[in-house]
Design a binder for this molecule. Sequence first.
Ligand SMILES: [Zn+2]
Length: 123
Amino acid sequence: MNKGVKMVRDIMLTKCPACRQESMFAARAVDLAHSLKMHRHCPHCGQDFIPEPGFYFGAMYFSYAINVALMVTFGVGVEVLFSPERIWITLASIFVPTLLLSPWNFRISRAIMLYTMGGVKRR
Ligand SMILES: [Zn+2]
């Protein structure tokens, strides 16, 4: 598998950027009560997941970009495929998937932030 494809896969699976063995998060995304809880260090290699205080503030920019992509995809997709006559159907098709995917978005945004700005080298 291509190195870039592997990195995208590991970001989507929120794997540790150093060892790619363990998840950055303590629970799965579907466990809504605990899905946002991150490990402080990698349970496998000890990589620090919080390089500096406030490091993940920048993840909101990735989150914003993912949200816009999701909203455009679902909004345009429903308009093109179904051409609904009522505006609330279009609005629901935009906001409901975005809301349902928000835990995933949160996790992926943090993973992108750590992979791109964290200065972590692959071991
Ligand atoms: Zn690790």
